[in-house]
Design a protein around this ligand. Sequence first.
Ligand code: BES
Ligand code: MN
Ligand code: ZN
Length: 506
Amino acid sequence: MKFYTTAKSLFSVAADTLVVFVGSDTNSSPVYFSDSAYVDERLKGEVKKLLKSEDFEPTVGAIFVVQSHGMLPYTRVIIVGCGRLQEMTAFDFQSAVAASIVRAKQSHAASVVLSLPKEILERFTSFLTARLLTEAVGFGSYAFLPYKSKKIQEKEKDIAIVTVVVSASQVTETMKGIIDGSNRASGTIFARDLVNEPSSVMTPSALARAAKSLAKQKTIMCRVFGKKEITKFGMGSLLGVSRGSNEEPKFIKLSYHGGGKKTICLVGKGITYDSGGLSIKPSSSMETMKCDMAGAAAILGVFEALASLKPKINVVGLIAACENMPSGHAMKPGDVVRAMNGKTIEVLNTDAEGRLILADALSYAEKYIISDCIIDLATLTGACVVALGEDIAGVFSDDTALAQGILAAGLIAGEKLWRMPIATAYEKDLKSPIADIANVSKVHYGGAITGALFLKEFVNEHMPWAHIDIAGPAFAEKETALTRYGGTGFGVRTILSFIEAQAKKM
Ligand code: BES
Ligand code: MN
Ligand code: ZN
């Protein structure tokens, strides 16, 4: 897919498909921008008439297609709703763009022109609009096809040329936004592909190889530690989880050197398959558990993008990777493991394994990484999905500046996050009669919070730390224009926006 931008009039560019946006007013009646008015004029007023007779409501992602019958240099015009302009979020805009791309692909479009009216450019700035648009075009045309037939792969062929039409003064910023957006989309899609691979392929070793492949870039370094080194580190908690599996655990360390004084440390949950272990899951809950390395995948996606975005900041990524399986060697409920920081953990439920491997990864971060903050990403709890639904991630942090920084980054990036409390009143529910802490709460409720409280035990009190529970949005079971069934790459863009903001702060 190739992107171009131009300030030419819509009628001196040509393609098989033109996309124009239509907003709505408070009564959800269409509000046309100058470009669609121009299209309407060329089609002799037929477009507005048609939309009216069909009662078209330009809600976010609503689509209407008209044929141009040779009166425009396009075969068809896709009219896409973007909802009320004053309230349009980055997510809404991306949903609208992706919906138009999905529709264009249905018509086997090879070339698409998207027209960006000044009303939309002004809503986000032209740089951000172009960045959001480019990402959304990438997501709208994404498909994971390595296990599909040649015929289907052929059918899903990408749109070859995408041209973005803006006014002359916006061309430079738009170009920059397109480059930025394609790098960020590429990182997100890198993460999606990793999650979509079956767990038989995406083993801890395969995840480590994916990390190593990123170190070909000269700003990125990668080290992979195997079972021997993990044992030497004293990561008894990670080892405990991996004991039931035939796959070797891996501890992965990535670093990006962009200069500047700040360092951000990212920590990812890399359970390449979560069967629950001996506290085994019901089979229906296991169907999507290849997604349990989505936190790790998001971090790899971030690094993939960092190499080309080159922000002036340093980033360390730590990934604990293993499988959670039952076997004669597996950890048993009631077993006690010792994490790298010396704390003992009574494992009452082997299905609360994410926090166990993160305990060691966070301990490692505290011991060996000098950083300004730690952010972990994990598909940690079903309880977080109960609380916030499938679309929204939970942000847990006692550091308000850090939490707000992450929420602001999400808003700009078009990802949905919501702050959750780390309620210390529930700390007592994690007490164990024989170890320093139990890995699950005695109380059935508030599972996302007790998960965060457990993790907190492995982070230094003074370290700004945030935990992002992505159990809901990491994997899409229902399809939208932006997310096909499968991995979503959630978190990559929010973290990139957060890193960008931190780099600019100095
Ligand atoms: N990987 C799961 C959480 C999860 C659930 C991710 C749904 C994605 C979708 C995690 O390891 C888990 O099993 N958590 C348990 C914790 C419980 C035993 C305290 C859960 O949520 O049930
Ligand atoms: Mn589990
Ligand atoms: Zn898990």
